[in-house]
Design a protein around this ligand. Structure first.
Ligand code: UDP
Length: 344
């Protein structure tokens, strides 16, 4: 356990939280690491658990030496033991991009099912509040648009994306069962497409894929005819919504995402404009069961959490592009040193 000196100092408002501890599974991932940062700033102690299947120590290395931060390398689908009090458990561990869950279908099912069971068991034994990172994928290829929390979804259970979608649907069912049967305080956040620094450049999702291609001067690969839509939320907005939900008295699922919807074609053009890349855009086969539309109905978050996204797409993309430029420069430098660029 790391109990050394602290770099991230809690703000004044959070000083009364100093004794409270949060567990963040998947804390070395894209969203998990931003969540760890936020919780530390709020004055919580944070125990990050990650098996580094798709997470990276790079995302948490700035927290080394912070006395309020502890990292445990473990698969949360296995038995979990944490000493001492725990007040909040954020279950964020999972492969989260379509190519990841194609590459790791069984770990994806296990972390969503067994990992949710283990983390709920931990929450029950500690009397902790449990926050499940769920997903817009529970709506599948939606027949209702935009998607409110009351929509039950249109998911193909046996398609290649089914391993993620059904694991998260099971995780929601398990979470509600613990809430109803064990009276555990639980929250479910349905996360829509989110982007920002610390996404993996090769995770295959559209934001890193297009930015990486544009920065390298490669063609942008639009899948299908590019008329499918997504709505992109900047990571700081998402974390704010999750934090508000965690501190709330709500127990039903809440959508958190940005309702500004655009086609993948328009998104590709925006990346070309912001990077100054000439393109071109090339078209590739649409992956199986790729949802045709996606836009969160955030009425519930607006009304009950007083939350809505604030960061305009252009601002968020500029931050993200700057991050990927740094990663590209590092890769090129390490390539020049002959150690190869690779890695996720
Ligand atoms: N997409 C694309 N080119 C890429 C990667 C993704 O056109 O190189 C498309 C993908 O088919 C989907 C959308 O972009 O329609 C968003 O894909 P992503 O993998 O980011 O996540 P999803 O929203 O499908 O879970």
């Amino acid at each position: 356990m790391n109990r050394g000196g602290g770099a991230e100092q809690p703000n004044d408002e959070g000083s009364d939280r100093m004794k409270k501890t949060c567990v963040v599974t998947g804390g070395a991932g894209f969203l998990g690491s931003h969540l760890c940062d936020r919780l530390l700033r709020e004055g919580f102690a944070v125990i990050c658990i990650d098996n580094l299947l798709t997470g990276s120590v790079r995302n948490i290395e700035h927290l080394a030496g912070n006395g309020a931060f502890t990292f445990i390398k473990q698969n949360v689908a296995d038995y979990l033991y944490i000493a001492g009090d725990v007040h909040y458990i954020f279950h964020f561990a999972s492969p989260a991009s379509p190519i990841d869950y194609l590459e790791y279908p069984i770990p994806t099912l296990k972390v969503g099912a067994l990992g949710t069971h283990k983390t709920l068991g931990l929450a029950k034994s500690k009397g902790a509040t449990f926050i499940l990172a769920s997903t817009s994928e529970v709506y599948g290829d939606p027949l209702v648009h935009p998607q409110p929390e009351t929509y039950w979804g249109n998911v193909n259970p046996i398609g290649p994306r089914g391993v993620y979608d059904e694991a998260k649907r099971f995780a929601e069912a398990m979470t509600m069962a613990y809430h109803r049967y064990h009276r555990l305080d639980t929250k479910i956040v349905r996360i829509f497409n989110t982007y920002g620094p610390r996404m993996r450049i090769r995770d295959g999702r559209v934001v890193p894929a297009f930015i990486w291609q544009a920065l390298r001067g490669d063609p942008l690969t639009v899948f299908g005819d590019g008329s499918q839509t997504r709505s992109f939320c900047y990571v700081s907005d998402l974390i704010e919504g999750i934090f508000r939900l965690a501190m709330s008295h709500l127990n039903d699922p809440v959508n958190i995402g940005n309702p500004r919807e655009m086609t993948v074609n328009d998104f590709a053009r925006e990346i070309l404009r912001l990077t100054g890349s000439p393109g071109p855009i090339v078209y590739r086969e649409l992956p199986v069961d790729d949802p045709k539309v996606r836009q969160p109905d955030i009425g519930k978050a607006r009304q009950l959490l007083g939350w809505e996204p604030r960061v305009p797409l252009e601002d968020g993309l500029r931050e993200t592009i700057a991050y990927f430029r740094t990663v590209l420069e590092e890769e090129q430098a390490s390539g020049r040193r002959g150690s190869g660029g690779g890695g996720r």
